[in-house]
Ligand binder design. Structure first.
Ligand code: GLY
Length: 549
C-alpha cells in the first residue's frame, strides 16, 4: 500500500463504523494560550470533551497535522538522529464523544490493524495503565480484560503514569491509555530478547504505533483531576510509522512519505542517501523540518522573533545549518524542496497548494537572511572551541551568537553537543533575562481555568462583516500571566473585531461599560486581553458595548 492508500483505508474503516470524517484543523493554534501548535488530533475537540460546546456528532475520525516542538510534547532533539520521531507528523485518530468507550475502541483498533492492514498479531504488544497511588488512580483492569480477548497475556503489559496516562498539556482533558506497540526486529533478534522487554525502551524497531486514550478527566490548573461529564475516546496513530510497518521498512524516512524529499535533497547536494551517517542525518533533518515549516506557513504562520513564529524560525535555521555544515549548501536550498512536498501532499492538504508560492518565497527569504550571518557565527564558534578546548561553552558567548548571529540557543547547544560539550545554560538564561527585562519582552503565558459566567454558551456572534460596534456580554473569563504581568482574558458573546491571523495585526477596539473604557488588542475573535477586568466581572450580566477603532 502506498501512503495515500494507507490513509484512505484508515478513514474508510472508521467511516464504515459510523464515524464522521473531519478535516485536519490548523497546525497553528490561534485560540488557546496553553498551546502554540496542534500537538495531537484531539486538540480541535478539546471544547467538546470539556463540555464547553455542543457536540456536532458522537463519533469522528481524521488525519491531523501535528507539530511536537515545544511544551509537554517535544520530539525535536530526536529528529533525524533516529528513524521514527518527527517535528511535523500526521496523527490518524478516531473519537467517541460520550458514545462508545474502552471495549469498542480496543475492538476497532484490533480489527483495523489485524484484519484490514493484516499485521501479524504475534508482533503486537499492548499496554494498559497500571495505576498511580499519588493520583489515587487504580489500575485499568477493565482495559486489561478487554485486551485478553485478542492477545496472549504475555503481550499485555501494565505501564506507569508517564506512558499510560495521557495528558494534552499542563491542563486539559486527560485519561488512562492503552498503547499498541510493534516489534519489527528479525526472528534472530527476537529469540535473543523478548519483545515485551523492549516496549517503551527506545528501541527503534520496537515502537509505539497507536495510543488509545480513555478520556475521562480534566486536569485543572491546581493539578487536581475533575471527572468529565462524559466518558470519551481519543486515539492517535502515527501515520508515518504505520507506513513504515506496512511498507516493510525499518525507518520512516524510507517510506514514500519521505523518500521523494530525501532523494531531492540528495540530488541537490550531490550525495547519495545511505552512504554517510552524518549526511544521512542532515538529509533527514532537512526533509523533516521542511514539512514542519511549510505546513506552518500554509496555515498562516510567518517566521518571526516571537512565540510560535520563533519556533518556526528556529526549526528552519536548524535545517539551514545542517545543510550548510554537512551537505555543503551555502546558498538557499530548502525552498527548492517545496514543489516536491506540494506535489506529494497537496491533494490531502489543499492549503499547501493554495499557498505554494508564498511558502517558497518566505522560506527563501528566511534562508537568505540567515545564511548572511551563519558563516560568520560558525567561524566564531570554531575559534571559540579552539581557544577554549575544555569546559562548558560560556553562556555570554552563546548569547552573542544568539543576539548578533541569529543562532537559536538549541542550535548552539546542538553544535556544542557535536563537540562533546555543553553550553552554560544558566549564564545564557541570565543574559537573556537581562535582555528581556530591557525589552520587556517575556513571551511565556500561564493560564488559569476558565470561569463560566454564561453557562452553555455556544457560538460567538461575529458581526464585523456589517458592523463596527455592537452590544455584548462577558460569557467567560480566566486569568493569564504574560509579559510578567497578570491579565484577564474575557470571551464576549458578540464582537465586530477580527483576530490576528496570518501575519495580520488583530483589530483594536474600545470596550465600554458605563463610563469606563478599555482599549485592547484582540487575541482572537472574542477573546480580549484586558488588564483590569475585575469591574467587568462585577458587572457581568450587564450589557456593554464594543466599538472597533
Ligand atoms: N491524544 C492521543 C495521543 O496523542 O497519543
Amino acid at each position: 500500500m502506498n501512503s495515500q492508500e494507507i490513509r484512505k483505508a484508515f478513514l474508510d474503516f472508521f467511516q464504515s463504523k459510523s464515524h464522521h470524517i473531519v478535516s485536519s484543523s490548523s497546525i497553528v493554534v490561534k485560540n488557546d494560550p496553553t498551546l502554540l501548535f496542534t500537538n495531537a488530533g484531539m486538540n480541535q475537540f478539546k471544547d467538546i470533551f470539556l463540555g464547553n460546546v455542543e457536540k456536532p456528532y458522537n463519533r469522528a475520525a481524521d488525519t491531523q497535522k501535528c507539530l511536537r516542538v515545544s511544551g509537554k510534547h517535544n520530539d525535536l532533539e530526536e529528529v533525524g538522529h533516529d528513524t521514527y520521531h518527527h517535528t511535523m507528523f500526521e496523527m490518524l485518530g478516531n473519537w467517541s464523544f460520550g458514545d462508545y468507550f474502552k471495549k469498542e475502541a480496543i475492538a476497532y483498533a484490533w480489527e483495523l490493524l489485524t484484519e484490514v492492514y493484516k499485521i501479524d498479531k504475534n508482533i503486537l504488544y499492548v499496554t494498559y495503565f497500571g495505576g498511580d497511588e499519588k493520583e489515587n488512580l487504580a489500575a485499568d483492569e477493565e482495559a486489561h480484560q478487554y485486551w485478553k480477548q485478542y492477545c496472549e497475556e504475555s503481550h499485555i503489559l501494565p505501564g506507569n503514569k508517564h506512558d499510560n496516562f495521557w495528558e494534552m498539556g499542563e491542563i486539559g482533558p486527560c485519561g488512562a491509555c492503552s498503547e499498541i506497540h510493534i516489534d519489527l526486529r528479525s526472528d534472530e533478534e527476537k529469540q535473543q530478547i523478548c519483545g515485551a522487554d523492549l516496549v517503551n525502551k527506545d528501541n527503534p524497531l520496537v515502537i509505539e504505533i497507536w495510543n488509545l486514550v480513555f478520556m475521562e478527566f480534566n486536569r485543572k490548573a491546581d493539578k487536581t483531576l475533575e471527572p468529565l461529564k462524559e466518558k470519551n475516546i481519543d486515539t492517535g496513530m502515527g501515520f508515518e510509522r504505520l507506513c513504515m510497518v506496512l511498507q516493510g521498512k525499518k525507518s520512516n524516512y524510507d517510506t514514500d512519505v519521505f523518500q521523494p524529499l530525501i532523494q531531492n535533497i540528495a540530488t541537490l547536494s550531490n550525495n547519495v542517501y545511505g552512504e554517510d551517517a552524518k549526511k544521512d542525518i542532515a538529509m533527514r533533518v532537512c526533509a523533516d523540518h521542511l514539512r514542519a515549516v511549510s505546513f506552518a506557513i500554509a496555515d498562516g504562520l510567518m517566521p518571526s522573533n516571537n512565540k510560535a513564529g520563533y519556533v518556526i524560525r528556529r526549526i528552519l535555521r536548524r535545517a539551514v545549518r545542517y545543510g550548510y555544515t554537512f551537505l555543503a549548501f551555502n546558498e538557499p536550498f530548502m525552498y527548492a524542496l517545496v514543489d516536491t512536498l506540494v506535489e506529494q501532499m497537496g491533494e490531502q492538504f489543499p492549503e499547501l497548494q493554495k499557498n505554494h508560492g508564498l511558502i517558497v518565497k518566505v522560506i527563501k527569504e528566511e534562508e537568505s537572511a540567515f545564511l548572511k550571518t551563519l558563516a560568520g557565527g560558525i567561524q566564531k564558534f570554531d575559534k571559540y572551541i579552539k581557544d577554549n578546548p575544555i569546559g562548558k561553552i560560556n553562556g555570554g558567548f552563546a548569547f552573542e551568537l544568539f543576539d548578533t548571529y541569529g543562532f537559536p540557543i538549541d542550535l548552539t547547544c546542538l553544535m556544542a553537543k557535536e563537540q562533546g560539550r555543553e553550553v552554560d545554560m544558566e549564564a545564557f538564561e541570565e543574559n537573556l533575562k537581562r535582555q528581556k527585562e530591557r525589552s520587556k519582552n517575556a513571551a511565556t503565558i500561564k493560564a488559569g481555568d476558565w470561569v463560566e459566567i454564561v453557562e452553555n454558551f455556544k457560538d460567538e456572534n461575529f458581526v464585523g462583516y456589517d458592523e463596527y460596534e455592537c452590544q455584548c456580554h462577558i460569557v467567560r473569563y480566566r486569568q493569564v500571566e504574560t509579559k510578567g504581568q497578570a491579565l484577564f482574558q474575557i470571551v464576549l458573546d458578540a464582537t465586530p473585531m477580527y483576530a490576528e491571523m496570518g501575519g495580520q495585526v488583530g483589530d483594536q477596539g474600545v470596550l465600554i461599560n458605563g463610563e469606563e473604557k478599555h482599549v485592547k488588542k484582540l487575541m482572537r475573535l472574542t477573546i480580549l486581553n484586558v488588564e483590569v477586568v475585575v469591574e467587568y466581572i462585577l458587572y457581568y450580566g450587564k450589557k456593554m458595548k464594543i466599538i472597533m477603532l
